[in-house]
Design a protein around this ligand. Structure first.
Ligand code: ZN
Length: 201
């Protein structure tokens, strides 16, 4: 199992250790909310629960965009809020978040972006890139210029193309199986529903 994780990582052994130590990345046999089965389960919020760890990952994500001029960091709520906050802290810029309003990702709460401001869009986990794409559109609608997209984890194995430079601290390719096709079920390994056990203190 340890080997499986190592094989899926492109960079950042420290990041893997941090995710594993906080329980954010679990290895075993899991039933995802989609009903599919997987060898890995990711709950990114757990890596952000200690503010010092959150600050650390924000700094590392900011470093991935060194050399890029960034005026503001924007993330989709809720998962991206802390990521934007900590990345912006490292960059010394402000952090905003978007929310859905009538189904459309929008800047609310008086948040504004001046036309031409250079925006880094971030989120916690990128899977299909949908939330990041919607946030990029919200930024563009008000005249902001998206100069990059970042995430703590890229679950697409690096496949998603958003048309801007994209970086992640951790790139994973995590296959998910229909229960009928699941190799772990075939081996008779009991399946775990994450969230059904108590969180680490
Ligand atoms: Zn299974």
């Amino acid at each position: 199992m340890e080997k499986e994780i190592a094989n899926t990582v492109q960079d950042g052994q420290d990041i893997i250790l941090l995710f594993t130590a906080t329980g954010a990345l679990l290895t075993g046999h899991f039933q995802l909310t989609s009903g599919l089965h997987s060898r890995q389960y990711l709950q990114c919020a757990l890596v952000l629960q200690d503010p010092r760890d959150a600050e650390k990952v924000g700094k590392l994500l900011a470093e991935k965009f060194s050399g890029v001029k960034i005026d503001v960091v924007v993330a989709p709520a809720i998962g991206g809020i802390l990521v934007a906050h900590e990345t912006a802290r490292a960059l010394g810029v402000r952090a905003l978040f978007t929310e859905r309003e009538g189904g459309v990702m929008t800047l609310r709460r008086g948040f504004g972006i001046a036309p031409g401001e250079r925006v880094l869009v971030v989120e916690d986990v990128l899977t299909t890139g949908g939330s990041t794409r919607e946030t990029m559109e919200a930024v563009s609608r008000v005249g902001g210029v998206v100069v990059g997209a970042g995430s703590l984890v890229d679950r697409s194995g690096g496949e998603v193309d958003l048309g801007v430079p994209r970086r992640a601290l951790l790139t994973l390719y995590v296959p998910a199986y229909e229960p009928a096709d699941c190799p772990l079920c075939r081996q008779g390994e009991p399946v775990v529903k994450p969230g059904s056990r108590a969180a680490r203190p």
